[in-house]
Design a protein around this ligand. Structure first.
Ligand SMILES: Nc1ncnc2c1ncn2[C@@H]1O[C@H](COP(=O)(O)OP(=O)(O)OP(=O)(O)O)[C@@H](O)[C@H]1O
Ligand SMILES: [Mg+2]
Length: 263
């Protein structure tokens, strides 16, 4: 995959004695949604932090838009971050700012060239996209959990990033709100052509939005492929993790286990 926006190349990371990533490699394809799944504590968030350059690998490379995030100068890391949108686990909204001001925040930070009116138009546009039209002035503490999540999503896309990273977009949400967020992610991918990386505990929802799936387990990538390849994997740990409750998105299709077993 020559134009993969993210290339993870033999990444090793340990914290003291704890080996978290033990030689992980895969490319994240452009214009698609890739889910990173795996049990709790397996290094999914650590992987995401490598992508934004908050954590540096001990060895190996995390290349984002061809920048080696572990070794690049701070100015180059910043230039890459300007092209990213990130949705934090709890939405990470500032309660002292209104809903609209929260969404506007990265525009002020990264796009000082925009006029007040241009910024306001951009914010109103993304508020509509996340189905919260006209909520610019709503005080942030007055938002429900699902609304906060959608505002976080609006903030992640307001700069029109090429790449959007979501850590646990569905955590703490009821199944209906959670489904609505998944539908929204699917819609944004179609309309904006953005590359999404989603980490989630919500296996069913995540798999429904994912085109590609990477599964981490004990420091290794044990599954990587299209959604169909991974959901039809014969790997015992992948099978166990996906569980018997999984409703396959394309249940009728025969799926040979074409999945490489790594490590
Ligand atoms: N900065 C750090 N210093 C030391 N240990 C860390 C640090 N960050 C993460 N870890 C450890 O690395 C391991 C992987 O953490 P990580 O947060 O990536 O897990 P995760 O797969 O995202 O889990 P969850 O699904 O519960 O969110 C954990 O054991 C965690 O305690
Ligand atoms: Mg995590």
């Amino acid at each position: 995959m020559d134009d993969a926006p993210i290339r993870i190349v033999d990444v090793h990371k340990r914290f003291g004695e704890l080996v978290v990533l033990n030689g992980v490699s895969f490319d994240i394809p452009r214009g698609r949604t890739t889910a990173i799944i795996g049990p709790s504590g397996t290094g999914k968030s650590v992987m995401l932090k490598h992508i934004v350059g908050l954590i540096k690998p001990d060895s190996g490379q995390v290349r984002v838009f061809d920048t080696d995030m572990g070794r690049a100068r701070e100015a180059d890391v910043y230039r890459v971050r300007k092209r990213l949108g990130m949705l934090f686990q709890d939405g990470a909204l500032f309660d002292s700012l209104s809903t609209g001001e929260n969404i506007e925040f990265p525009l002020r930070q990264h796009h000082p060239e925009l006029s007040v009116h241009e910024r306001r138009d951009r914010v109103d546009e993304v508020l509509e996209m996340v189905e919260l039209p006209g909520l610019y002035d709503r005080p942030t503490p007055a938002l429900s959990g699902g609304q906060r999540k959608r505002v976080g999503l609006a903030r992640a896309i307001v700069t029109r990033p090429e790449l959007v990273l979501f850590d646990e977009p569905n955590s703490g949400l009821d199944p209906i709100t959670s489904d609505a967020i998944d539908a929204l992610i699917g819609h944004l991918k179609e309309t904006l052509g953005v590359t999404f990386v989603v980490i989630s505990h919500d296996i069913v929802g995540t798999i429904n939005v994912a085109d590609h799936i990477a599964m981490l387990y004990q420091g290794k990538l044990i599954a990587w492929g299209t959604r169909d390849e991974v959901t039809h994997s014969e790997h015992p740990i992948v099978r166990r993790f996906l569980g018997r409750n999984l409703i396959l998105p394309h249940a009728g299709e025969p799926g040979p286990a074409r999945l490489p077993t790594i490590g």
